[in-house]
Design a protein around this ligand. Structure first.
Ligand SMILES: Nc1nc2c(ncn2[C@@H]2O[C@H](COP(=O)(O)OP(=O)(O)OP(=O)(O)O)[C@@H](O)[C@H]2O)c(=O)[nH]1
Length: 386
C-alpha cells in the first residue's frame, strides 16, 4: 500500500486558512479537547522546509524518503496519534514553519503545557542563523511555560554534507545555540543535539532517543536487558517497536550505529518475508505475531537473533556464533524476559487506570509497588546462566 492509499498520510494540500487552531488530527476530523489529552506530546518545530513533516512521515508512516519531495507545506498544526504499544504512546504535533509566537491565536500555555519533548529541526544544508534565532525564541517561550520539556535539536539533512563539515556544523550550532541561551539567562537549560537525515538510519536512532526519554519505565527495561544479555552470552540487545523501527530500550553498553542498522534491516527482512509467505489468509493484516522469530548468521561469526515480545515489540540480539550453541538457555532466558516485560506492561496499565479513575473522581489506590517498577517485576523468573 502506498502512502497515498493510507488514510493517515497526506499528500494533497491543507485548508488554506492558516491559523493555530482548530487543531487538525491527522487522518480524521475528530478534534478532541486538548486539555483532555494526557498522552505525552512531542512537538516538531523549526523553519519552513527544514524537514519536519518528512521526519514524521518517514519514521511513523513508512513513507519512502524520496516521496517526501512531494510533501506540501504544513499550514496548520497537524496532530498525529502514535499508539504502537503500551510503551510507545504519544502524540506528535507537526507545526507550520512560519509559526508566530506573538499571534493572539497561539496559545502557548496549552501547547507547551502538556509537552514532553520539543524537537527543533535545523536544515544543515541552509544558512542556519535564522534557525538559531528561532530556536532561542522557541526555547525561551517554551521553558517559561514548562520547565520539564526535553529540548532536542535535530541538525537535519546532513546527508548532503561531508564528514568534516558535519562535525564542524554540529560544533558551531552547539556553540552558538548555547551562547544564545546563556545570553537569554537560560544557561541551565539543556539542549541535546543529533545529526539526522531521512536517507539513512540516523533519524530513527535520534527519534529512539527522544522517545526513550518519555518512557518512565526505561530504567526497568534497561535493567531487564542487562540481566538478559549477561546471562545469555549476548553482546547487544535492542527492544524494538516493530512498526516504527525505533528502539525503546537497549542494554547499557554503548550503541554503535552499524549494529543498530543491522537490527533495523533484520526487522525489514522479517516483516517482508512474513508478508509474502506468512499470510494464512488474505484478510490477515498483522503477520508479525507470537510465532515470529528469526535467525541470521553473518559471515563474520556473528548471529542476529530476533524474537517477538508482543504484538508490537521485538527483541533483536547480536551475539557470537559460539555463544549461540546453547540456544535452549537463551530461549529460556528470553521467556523469563518476556514474562517480566508483560508484568511491567500490566503494572503500567493498572497505574493508568488508577490515574484516570482519580481524574474522573473515583479514586483508587495505585497497585502495590507501582512507584518502584524495578522491584515490582517479580523475582519468579530468574534467568539461567548458560
Ligand atoms: N536531503 C534531504 N532532504 C530532506 C531531508 N528531510 C526532508 N528533506 C526535504 O526537505 C523538503 C522540505 O521537507 P518538509 O518535510 O516538507 O519540511 P517542513 O519543515 O515540514 O516544511 P513546512 O511544512 O513548510 O514547515 C522536502 O523536499 C524534503 O524531501 C533530509 O534528511 N535530507
Amino acid at each position: 500500500m502506498s502512502y497515498q492509499d493510507d488514510p493517515n498520510c497526506y499528500v494533497g494540500s491543507f485548508p488554506k486558512n492558516f491559523s493555530y487552531g482548530p487543531f487538525e488530527q491527522n487522518g480524521d476530523d475528530d478534534n478532541t479537547s486538548l486539555q483532555e489529552d494526557h498522552k505525552p506530546r512531542i512537538l516538531l518545530m523549526g523553519l519552513r522546509r527544514s524537514g519536519k513533516s518528512s521526519i514524521q512521515k518517514v519514521v511513523f508512516h513508512k513513507m519512502s524518503p524520496n516521496e517526501t519531495l512531494f510533501l506540501e507545506s504544513t499550514n496548520k498544526i497537524v496532530k498525529d496519534d502514535i499508539n504502537n504499544s503500551s510503551f510507545v504512546q504519544f502524540q506528535i504535533w507537526d507545526f507550520p514553519g512560519q509559526i508566530d509566537f506573538f499571534d493572539p491565536t497561539f496559545d502557548s500555555d496549552t501547547i507547551f503545557g502538556g509537552c514532553g519533548a520539543l524537537v527543533f529541526v535545523i536544515d544543515a544544508q541552509d544558512d542556519y542563523q535564522d534557525a538559531l534565532d528561532k530556536l532561542q525564541l522557541t526555547v525561551t517561550k517554551a521553558y517559561r511555560v514548562n520547565s520539564n520539556i526535553k529540548f532536542e535539536v535535530f541538525i537535519h539533512k546532513v546527508d548532503g554534507l561531508n564528514d568534516d563539515y558535519k562535525m564542524e556544523s554540529q560544533r558551531d550550532i552547539h556553540h552558538r545555540a548555547t551562547d544564545d541561551l546563556a545570553e537569554a539567562g537560560l544557561d541551565h537549560v539543556h539542549l541535546s543535539f543529533h545529526l539526522t537525515s531521512i536517507y539513512d538510519h540516523s533519524i530513527f536512532e535520534a527519534f529512539s532517543k527522544v522517545v526513550q526519554k518519555l518512557i518512565p519505565q526505561l530504567p526497568t527495561l534497561e535493567n531487564l536487558l542487562n540481566i538478559l544479555i549477561s546471562n545469555s552470552g549476548i553482546e547487544k540487545a535492542f527492544l524494538f517497536d516493530v512498526v516504527s523501527k525505533i528502539y525503546i530500550a537497549t542494554d547499557s553498553s554503548p550503541v554503535d550505529m552499524q549494529s543498530y542498522e543491522l537490527c533495523c534491516d533484520m526487522i525489514d527482512v522479517v516483516i517482508d518475508i512474513s508478508c509474502i509467505y506468512g499470510m494464512v489468509d488474505e484478510t490477515e493484516v498483522n503477520t508479525f505475531n507470537n510465532q515470529s522469530s528469526s535467525l541470521i548468521k553473518l559471515n563474520n561469526g556473528t548471529v542476529l537473533y530476533l524474537r517477538e515480545v508482543n504484538k508490537f515489540l521485538a527483541l533483536v540480539c547480536i551475539l557470537r556464533e559460539e555463544n549461540f550453541q546453547k540456544q535452549g538457555v537463551i530461549d529460556y532466558n528470553f521467556l523469563c524476559f518476556r514474562d517480566a516485560i508483560t508484568q511491567v506492561f500490566e503494572l503500567r496499565n493498572k497505574c493508568q487506570t488508577a490515574i484516570s479513575r482519580t481524574r474522573s473522581g473515583t479514586p483508587e489506590p495505585l497497585p502495590n509497588g507501582a512507584a518502584d517498577s524495578t522491584e515490582s517485576v517479580s523475582d519468579r523468573s530468574q534467568p539461567q546462566l548458560p
